[in-house]
Design a protein around this ligand. Structure first.
Ligand code: FAD
Length: 702
């Protein structure tokens, strides 16, 4: 320790991605032990919305499907550093971040055709240059100009691939010959697209001074010519039509960017956040068909972007969506998506826990924050947190520390239920079925009050926005910015289900490589083939495929506004009903051989040891599903007109408190792991000036 100063005691509340990142940054060896960090987490495990647990047969039970994107530079950097620092253990199987994450380059979007049938647009994204978390090239690669240029180049590539589609069709019929002839006739468009790219290069300096009328005209005339030549050619042709949809959307983006003078606007993409993404594209000429394409629906699905969980109310701030799309498609490295080699708890939160423990971070599990109390207001003084009140949900026998992990064949993992044997009166707690992670669970073994000066110096509030009114009402009352944030930054409940099946995906009738599919029918619009997890679980050859599904859940106001146990049970029952109906009615589109004339073949579902299989629909009860309705578990939305109300971890409205979570202003502002990690890094910066802001990739993104 430099000097004889005692370390600054930091109370980190909540163990999600964001606050674990803050703890990681504050306790890096380079910080020289300046911060003495204690994490307070309700229940028995870390992870929050990214938590997972091991259930019967070691099956992985997730809060919801999680995939990482190849542009998550901050999140991958965190995991790379974390794996580099893991305590040596010869029994450990995942010792390097690349054991924990594997490329998932195949994606598909589902599209409903005019005749009501579904078609799938599958794409294999080539490996991007380098790996996520590698040092970035000199200078920021993330500029509006760079994106516009890449968009124009992509139009050329898509036109070429459209021609490739025609050529690849083999022996031409008179009809395809005619169409090919028309496409070849559209060769002028290639040239025009090249001219467009050159124009963007040439006019960008002008665009930096004001909206470029010339460029807008050029884009508009190109779009009109392209629409005239291509729209009729591709009518009724799935593959070509989908390519046209993307070209059409890119043209709308280019037009909008040029018209709004986006390259010169200091707000960058945020300048259009008052609009909904579809609305903005429509204003800039995108066709209704493109706006309703599977590609567009997939974007809304991935971001759970439905206000009030109502699929009739898709709403996503245009700037956030545009930035996200540009980062996703143009800046990914290694692979467009990455999937985890086991549960998110196992590959992300166990290593973080172990490294933080090794560094001396203390963990207080079963500590549920009840209230953040401010010192009485005094003129001229920045308000500060005076005390933190917790429910102690359970006590550890002998007063020791709860040991949360179990070893699953060399993978330190979180169990799906607490290890009651470590808890005082554990058998009784187990019998009573305490729901330690549930908002409605009020039973406790005691209380604890931490006081500023005596127990902590600084607070990192890492619970999610949905929980803020419940645990920090004084902060909301005292500061108008907090009140506005709570009013405008909305969240939605989500639903998730996982099934384990006795036949392979090929046998079920899905002939393609393992893919992530979005844009499918509600109530489960997103599906991922998770068969790679079979060897991580313990099925003795009984399971041949695993599938995860998720989606929003309609937001229903509980009776009397109270999230009671009964309400939560009803929501869970609703998800079960949705899942059963979906398997019976809709799954045949994805897996035609999983159904017969009567509906889903229920015996396909593999029941784990100790859970009764049941017959018919009842067999679904042996699978896993969840209704994520607890306030902190709700997914954070980026609604049009809401972004300006987000507070940043750098906005120290209270003298000794900062915030960490994907609901804060980070420069990315989406409900995703990368945003959470960026927020955690910003919170660490607010406290320690480390990491430097320029090291937080994308923080200063346009
Ligand atoms: C179904 C679903 C699927 C998703 N899929 C993806 C995906 O594929 N890719 C992606 O990038 N992102 C995905 N996300 C988003 C991602 O999970 C979140 O962005 C991220 O986990 C948020 O981390 P956080 O730290 O901000 O919040 P949280 O994870 O919510 O962490 C909050 C923490 O606070 C704790 N807490 C709450 N209240 C209290 C209290 N009173 N006392 C003590 N502790 C408390 C919670 O238990 C939790 O540990 C998904 C989200 C959901 C819901």
């Amino acid at each position: 320790m430099p000097g004889n100063k005692r370390p600054i005691r930091v109370a980190v509340i909540g163990g999600g991605c964001a606050s674990m990142t803050t703890a990681f940054e504050l306790t890096r060896p380079e910080r020289g032990g300046q911060y003495d960090v204690t994490v307070y987490q309700m229940g028995w495990r870390l992870g929050g919305k990214g938590a997972s647990g091991r259930g019967p047969n070691d099956r992985i039970e997730e809060h919801g499907l999680h995939l990482w994107m190849g542009f998550y530079e901050n999140a991958f950097r965190l995991m790379r550093d974390c794996y580099d620092e893991l305590p040596a253990d010869p029994a450990r199987r995942f010792t390097h971040w690349q054991h924990a994450f594997t490329p998932a380059p195949d994606v598909a979007v589902a599209n409903r055709m005019p005749n009501g049938d579904w078609e799938f647009w599958r794409a294999h994204f080539p490996a991007g240059r380098g790996l996520p978390g590698d040092p970035l090239d000199e200078g920021s690669p993330f500029t509006v100009r760079g994106y516009l240029r890449q968009s124009a180049l992509l139009i050329g590539e898509l036109l070429r691939s459209a021609q490739g589609v025609e050529q690849a069709r083999g022996v031409p019929t008179p009809e395809t010959l005619l169409r090919y002839g028309q496409l070849a006739g559209a060769a002028a468009l290639f040239e025009a697209s090249d001219t467009l790219r050159q124009a963007i290069d040439a006019w960008l300096p002008q665009m930096l001074q004001g909206p470029s009328v010339v460029l807008v005209r050029l884009i508009e005339s190109f779009a009109a010519a392209a629409r005239r030549q291509l729209e009729t050619i591709v009518a009724g042709d799935g593959e070509l039509r989908r390519i046209w949809h993307v070209i059409d959307l890119i043209l709308a983006i280019l037009r909008g960017a040029a018209l709004n003078g986006m390259a010169l606007d200091a707000r960058g993409f945020d300048a259009i956040n008052a609009y909904d993404w579809r609305e903005w594209l429509r204003m800039n000429g995108a066709s209704e068909e493109s706006l309703d394409s599977g590609f567009m629906r997939g974007i809304y699905d991935l971001a759970f972007a439905f206000e009030d969980g109502d699929v009739e109310k898709p709403r996503l701030a245009a700037g956030v969506a545009l930035r996200g799309a540009m980062r996703m498609f143009f800046t990914y490295r290694g692979s467009l998506f990455w999937r985890m080699s086991a549960g998110m708890g196992d590959v992300v939160f166990s290593p973080l826990y172990e490294v933080l423990k090794q560094r001396g971070v203390k963990f207080e599990f079963f500590h549920r924050l009840r209230d953040v109390r401010l010192a009485p207001a005094r003129d001229g003084e920045t308000p500060y947190v005076d005390s933190l009140e917790f429910d102690v949900q359970a006590k550890v026998k002998g007063g020791g520390e709860y040991q949360p992990l179990v070893d699953v064949r060399g993978v330190p993992s979180w169990p799906s239920v607490p290890d009651y044997s470590q808890l005082l009166q554990g058998a009784k707690l187990a019998r009573e079925g305490r729901a330690f992670e549930a908002h409605h669970e009020q039973r406790r073994a005691g209380t604890k009050t931490l006081r500023v000066g005596a127990d902590f110096d600084f607070v990192v509030l890492g619970v999610s926005i949905g929980a803020i009114p419940h645990v920090a009402s004084q902060l909301v009352e005292r500061d108008a910015r907090w009140a506005a944030m709570v009013r405008h930054v909305k969240s939605v409940p989500t639903q998730a289900m996982q099934v384990w099946l006795g036949e392979s995906m090929g046998q079920l009738g899905w002939p393609h490589p393992p893919s992530n599919v979005s844009g499918f029918v509600e109530p489960f619009d997103t599906w991922a083939d998770m068969g790679h997890l079979i060897p991580e679980e313990n099925w003795n050859g009984r399971v041949e495929s695993i599938a995860y599904f998720c989606s929003v859940l309609p937001d229903v106001e509980p009776p009397d506004g109270e999230l009671t146990e009964q309400f939560v049970r009803e929501q869970r029952d609703l998800v079960r009903e949705n899942a059963v109906r979906f398997l019976d009615r809709d799954i045949g589109v994805l897996w035609p051989k999983a159904v017969n004339a009567r509906g889903f073949r229920w015996p396909l579902l593999v029941a784990p040891a100790g859970i009764k299989g049941g017959s018919g629909k009842k067999r679904f009860d042996s699978q896993y599903w969840s209704a994520n309705v607890n306030p902190s578990d709700r997914y954070v939305l980026s609604l049009p007109g809401s972004l300006e109300y987000r507070l940043s971890p750098l906005d120290l409205c209270f003298d000794n408190l900062t915030i960490a979570g994907d609901w804060t202003a980070t420069g990315l502002d989406t409900g995703c792991i990368e945003s959470a990690v960026m927020s955690g890094r910003l919170a660490a910066h607010a406290l320690s000036h480390f990491p430097p802001l320029e090291d937080i990739v994308g923080y200063d993104h346009p």
